[in-house]
Design a protein around this ligand. Structure first.
Ligand code: FE2
Ligand code: FE2
Length: 342
C-alpha cells in the first residue's frame, strides 16, 4: 500500500527506535524517493508485532530511517517510554542511542510533570525514568560522554531539569552513592524546580535584572515545589531535600531558609553546585552559555563561598574526565540520521 504525501505529514525515526517483539501501536512507513517524488510505503501496521524477521528485513535493506505519521508522534513517544527498559538493556544499541532515547522520553515526560506535578502517575513516570537512567549509567561504558552529548544547552525549566538530573546521577555515581540514594538524588533533581510551574511566566522569562518583588516571587519556588510534592507519599524525604535546599548556600546567604554548612544536607550541597553549573553552561534569557571551564573559573572566583568546598573540588575532578559540552549538542545528535531524525 502506497500513500503519497508531503514530508511534513511524516516524521522520521531511527530504525533502532523499534524494539523486537513489541506491538508498535502506530503505523511505520519506509520512504521511497523516485523521480523527485517521495512516497511512503507502509512497512508495519500499528496493530502488528515488530518481530525479529521484520527487523532482519530492515537490516537487509540497509534502512536507517523509518517514518511515522506526524499525528502519531505522541503514540511513538509513549511507545518509547513504555519500552525504555528494553532499549537501555539492548546490547545491539550504542550508548549514544540509549542516551538519546532517555533524553527524548524525559523531554516528553517532564513537560507532563510540569503541567501536572500533583499527578501520582506523572511522578511514577519520573521515578521509572530515573531507574532506567541509573541502569544505563551502571551497565554501559561511555555514558559520561554520551549523556553529556544529548543534554541541551537551551535553558528552559524542562531541559534544565533533565540536565541536572543526568549530571547529578553521573556525579552521584562518581561519589559512589548507593543505588537507592542515587534514585532519590536523580528524582529530586528532576523535580527540583517543579515549584516554578506555579510562578507567573513573565517573571520566569524576564530578560535583565529582576525587581526585588520579582525576586521574592522567584524565591518562593523551592517551598512551592515542596508543597506540591509532599502531597504524594511515593516521593522520598531525600528527594524532597533537593527540592527545598537547592538554593541554600554554604555560607548561609541562600534561600528559602538561609541554612548553612552542615545544616544543609549532602543532596542540598550537590544540587546547589549542579544547578548553578547547568544554568551557566546554558543559554538563558539574560546571558549566553559559558564553556565548561570558563564556568568553573567563574564559579571559583565569584561563588566559592556558596558551595561546599570539598564537593566543589570533587565536582571539578569529575568534570575533568572530559570536556563534555565541546561535544555536539542535543539538536545535532537528534538530527543525525543514524540516531533519530525529524
Ligand atoms: Fe531552583
Ligand atoms: Fe534549577
Amino acid at each position: 500500500m502506497t500513500i503519497p504525501s508531503s514530508t511534513d505529514e511524516y516524521t522520521a525515526i531511527s530504525k533502532d527506535a523499534l524494539v523486537e517483539n513489541t506491538k508498535i501501536e502506530f503505523d511505520v512507513f519506509l520512504k521511497n524517493d523516485l523521480g523527485g517524488n517521495s512516497r511512503y510505503i507502509l512497512f508495519c501496521r500499528g496493530n502488528q508485532e515488530f518481530s525479529a524477521e521484520r527487523r532482519g528485513e530492515l537490516l537487509n535493506r540497509n534502512t536507517h530511517r523509518l517514518y511515522i505519521s506526524t499525528k502519531d508522534t505522541d503514540k511513538y513517544l509513549k511507545y518509547q517510554e513504555k519500552n525504555l527498559k528494553q532499549i537501555v538493556e539492548d546490547k545491539s544499541k550504542s550508548s549514544l542511542q540509549k542516551s538519546g532515547a532517555l533524553y527524548q522520553v524525559a523531554t516528553n515526560m517532564v513537560h507532563d510533570v510540569l503541567d501536572n506535578p500533583k499527578s501520582g502517575e506523572n511522578l511514577e513516570r519520573a521515578s521509572t525514568w530515573v531507574g532506567n537512567t541509573i541502569s544505563h549509567i551502571v551497565q554501559n561504558q561511555n555514558t559520561f560522554s554520551s549523556l553529556f552529548q544529548v543534554t541541551s544547552n537551551d535553558y528552559q525549566t524542562a531541559t534544565h531539569s533533565i540536565n541536572v538530573s543526568v549530571i547529578g546521577l553521573l556525579f552521584g555515581k562518581h561519589l559512589s552513592l548507593p543505588p537507592n540514594e542515587l534514585e532519590c538524588l536523580g528524582t529530586g533533581l528532576l523535580l527540583h524546580d517543579v515549584g516554578k510551574s506555579t510562578l507567573p511566566q513573565d517573571v520566569l522569562d524576564k530578560k535583565g535584572s529582576l525587581t526585588s518583588e520579582e525576586f521574592e516571587i522567584i524565591k518562593s519556588h523551592p517551598k512551592a515545589g515542596l508543597d506540591l510534592l509532599e502531597q504524594n507519599d511515593s516521593i522520598d524525604e531525600l528527594s524532597l531535600k533537593v527540592v527545598i535546599q537547592h538554593h541554600e548556600n554554604n555560607d548561609g546567604t541562600g534561600y528559602p531558609y538561609g541554612l548553612g554548612g552542615s545544616d544543609i544536607h549532602l543532596f542540598g550541597h550537590i544540587s546547589r553546585i549542579i544547578d548553578v553549573y547547568d544554568a551557566m553552561t546554558s543559554d538563558r534569557p539574560y546571558a549566553d552559555a559559558l564553556r565548561p571551564f570558563a564556568t568553573l573559573a567563574e564559579i571559583k572566583k565569584e561563588n566559592q563561598i556558596c558551595f561546599n568546598e570539598e564537593l566543589l573540588k570533587e565536582f571539578i575532578c569529575f568534570l575533568g574526565q572530559k570536556n563534555q559540552r565541546s561535544e555536539p549538542r542535543a539538536e545535532d545528535i537528534l538530527l543525525d540520521p543514524s540516531f533519530v531524525a525529524k
